[in-house]
Design a binder for this molecule. Structure first.
Ligand SMILES: Cc1cc2nc3c(=O)[nH]c(=O)nc-3n(C[C@H](O)[C@H](O)[C@H](O)COP(=O)(O)O)c2cc1C
Ligand code: SF4
Length: 475
C-alpha cells in the first residue's frame, strides 16, 4: 500500500494500537437508540458497516453522561448501568473487524435540545437552540464530573477500546472553558486555570475509575471562532497540561453554535480547513494529535500525516457517505469512493431538526440493518431507468448491483440532470462529484446509458424492459 503508507500505518494510542490512522469522528446521528436509551440493531449495524469497511478507529457520538446533558433525543445514554448490555452487544458485533471502537462522552449543557438545560452560567446558546440554561451549583459541578467518570467506567465494562471526552464545539465542558459562556466568580470561572478546572477534574475522575491503561482522548477546539470565545493560544496552553495529566491523544476541532467558522464546514469551505490548528498543537506536545474538518481525499489525509501536521486524521461525513472509504482507499481505486459533497442537508440539518441523521449521497445511512443481507436478484430482470439525473443514476447503480440488466436513458445529451445546474454557482462544483461517482460506477458495471433518447413507445419497445423506473426529477 505504498501510495497511502502514512494513513495506513498503525498508530499507538496509550495502550491501544490501531491498524491505521483513520478515525471516524463522533457524530450524534440521532437514530438507533430506543426510548429507554438502549442501543438497537440500527446503530450497531451502522458501525459494523464502517468497521467492515476498514476504518481504523470509530467513535460513537453524543454518549450522554447525565440526563441534563442529552444533546438530541436518540443518543446513547450512559448515566446508568442499565446501558451496558446493549452497548456490549454493539461492541461485540464490531470486534471481529479489527476497528478500535470508542465512545465519545458528552454533556450538551446549554446546547442541549430539551428544556432542562444546565450550564456554567445562565446564558443562552448563541444559535440553533433556544432557552436560558440553569446555572450549575458547586455540588452539581462535582456531580457532573463524577458522571463522566462513571460513564467512562460503563463504557469500559461494555467493551469499548477507548473513550473521547467532548470538550469542544460549545458543549458543557467547552462552556466552562470559554470566557463568553462562563461568567462564574467561583473557582470554576475567571482565570484560565479556573475555566479548565472542570475538564481536569472529570479527566482525573475518569482515569481513577477506568485505570491508567484505558485510553482516554480529548477533543478540544483549536479555536471557537466566536467573539470572546476559546482561542488557539489557550488551546496550546491546555494541550501541554493535558499531556502532563496523562491524556492519550488530543483531537483538535473548532467552532461552537453560532461561530463564524462552522464545526461542520459546508462545500464552500476549503478542504482541511482546521489542519493548521492541529499543526500548531502538535508543535507543543508529543502525544498523538488528530485533525479533522473537510478532509475528503485519502491522499490529502496521507499528506497531512506525512508532513507531520497531525498524527491521525478524523473524518465524519466522508464515512457517512461511504462506509467502505478505507478499504476503497487502500485498494488504490479512489474513484470507487462515494463522496460527501459537503451539502450538510441529510446529516447535520436532519439531526438539528431532531430527525434521524441521513446522507443525500448514501441512502443506506441508518438502513444498514435492513440492507445488510440483500442478495442478488433471482431471476434478474431487464430494467429501463428513465432519467439520468442523480436519482436515476443511483437507481440504476442499485439495480445493477443486484444483478439486473439496466439501461438508463435521458432525452438530454448529458447525464447529471439538474445537479449540473446546481453545481454552476461558485463554490458548488462538488455537487458534480456525486454524478461523477455514479457515472464511474455505471461504467464499471457496464450499464448502458442512452443519451438524446426520447421516451417514445418505439424506444421502449426497442429496449424491451420488464420494469421501468421513472426518475425524471430529483432536485
Ligand atoms: C450529523 C453530525 C453529528 C455530529 N455530532 C458530533 C458529536 O456528537 N460530537 C463531535 O465531537 N462532533 C460531532 N460532529 C462533528 C464531526 O465529528 C466532525 O468534526 C465534522 O463533521 C467535520 O468533519 P468532516 O468534515 O469530516 O465531516 C457531527 C457531525 C455531523 C455531520
Ligand atoms: S448529507 Fe451531504 S454533507 Fe452530509 S454526509 Fe451526506 S453528502 Fe456529506
Amino acid at each position: 500500500m505504498s501510495h497511502l503508507k502514512h494513513l495506513f500505518s498503525p498508530i499507538q494510542i496509550g495502550t491501544m494500537t490501531a491498524k491505521n490512522r483513520l478515525l471516524m469522528s463522533a457524530m450524534s446521528i440521532n437514530f438507533g437508540v430506543d426510548d429507554a436509551g438502549n442501543v438497537t440493531e440500527q446503530l450497531t449495524e451502522y458501525f459494523v458497516a464502517r468497521a467492515k469497511g476498514g476504518t481504523g478507529m470509530m467513535l460513537v457520538g453524543g454518549g450522554a453522561v447525565h440526563p441534563t446533558g442529552l444533546e438530541l433525543p436518540h443518543l446513547p445514554t450512559l448515566w446508568d448501568d442499565a446501558c451496558i448490555p446493549s452497548l456490549e452487544v454493539m461492541t461485540e458485533a464490531v470486534r471481529p473487524y479489527d476497528a478500535k471502537f470508542g465512545m465519545q462522552l458528552m454533556h450538551g449543557g446549554r446546547q442541549s435540545y430539551h428544556d432542562d438545560k444546565v450550564a456554567p452560567s445562565p446564558l443562552p446558546a448563541e444559535a440553533v437552540v433556544k432557552g436560558v440554561p440553569r446555572e450549575l451549583t458547586l455540588s452539581e459541578i462535582h456531580e457532573m464530573a463524577a458522571a463522566f467518570g462513571d460513564s467512562a467506567r460503563r463504557c469500559r465494562d461494555a467493551g469499548f477500546d477507548f473513550i473521547e471526552i467532548h470538550a469542544a464545539h460549545g458543549y458543557l465542558i467547552n462552556q466552562f472553558m470559554a470566557k463568553n459562556s462562563n461568567k462564574r466568580e467561583d473557582e470554576y470561572g475567571g482565570s484560565f486555570e479556573n475555566r479548565i478546572r472542570f475538564l481536569l477534574e472529570l479527566f482525573r475522575d475518569i482515569k481513577d475509575k477506568t485505570g491508567d491503561d484505558f485510553p482516554v482522548g480529548i477533543r478540544i477546539n483549536g479555536n471557537d471562532y466566536i467573539k470572546n470565545g476559546w482561542t488557539l493560544e489557550e488551546a496550546l496552553k491546555l494541550a501541554v497540561i493535558l499531556e502532563q495529566q496523562g491524556a492519550d491523544y488530543l483531537h483538535i476541532s473548532a467552532g461552537v453554535y453560532g461561530s463564524t467558522e462552522l464545526t461542520i464546514p459546508s462545500m464552500y469551505v476549503k478542504h482541511g480547513c482546521f489542519v493548521h490548528l492541529a499543526e500548531a498543537v502538535k508543535k507543543e506536545v508529543s502525544l498523538p494529535v488528530f485533525t479533522v474538518g473537510r478532509i475528503k481525499s485519502p491522499e490529502m489525509a496521507d499528506r497531512i500525516i506525512k508532513e507531520g501536521k497531525a498524527d491521525a486524521v478524523a473524518m465524519g461525513r466522508s464515512l457517512l457517505a461511504d462506509p467502505e472509504f478505507a478499504n476503497k482507499a487502500a485498494s488504490g481505486d479512489l474513484t470507487r469512493i462515494r463522496p460527501c459533497i459537503g451539502c450538510c442537508l441529510g446529516c447535520i440539518h436532519n439531526v438539528l431538526a431532531l430527525e434521524p441523521g441521513a446522507c443525500v449521497a448514501n441512502p443506506d445511512v441508518g438502513r444498514e440493518y435492513q440492507v445488510k443481507d440483500e442478495v442478488r436478484a433471482d431471476p434478474p430482470k431487464k430494467i429501463l431507468v428513465v432519467g439520468a439525473g442523480p436519482a436515476g443514476l443511483a437507481a440504476a447503480r442499485m439495480a445493477a448491483t443486484r444483478g439486473h440488466e439496466v439501461v438508463v436513458c435521458d432525452e438530454k445529451g448529458h447525464i447529471g440532470g439538474l445537479a449540473r445546474l446546481a453545481a454552476i454557482p461558485p463554490g458548488r462544483g462538488e455537487i458534480m462529484d456525486i454524478v461523477d461517482f455514479l457515472r464511474n460506477e455505471l461504467d464499471r458495471m457496464q450499464v448502458e446509458v442512452r443519451l438524446n433518447a426520447k421516451l417514445t413507445e418505439e424506444f421502449i419497445k426497442s429496449i424491451r424492459p420488464q420494469e421501468i423506473i421513472l426518475a425524471s426529477g430529483s432536485l
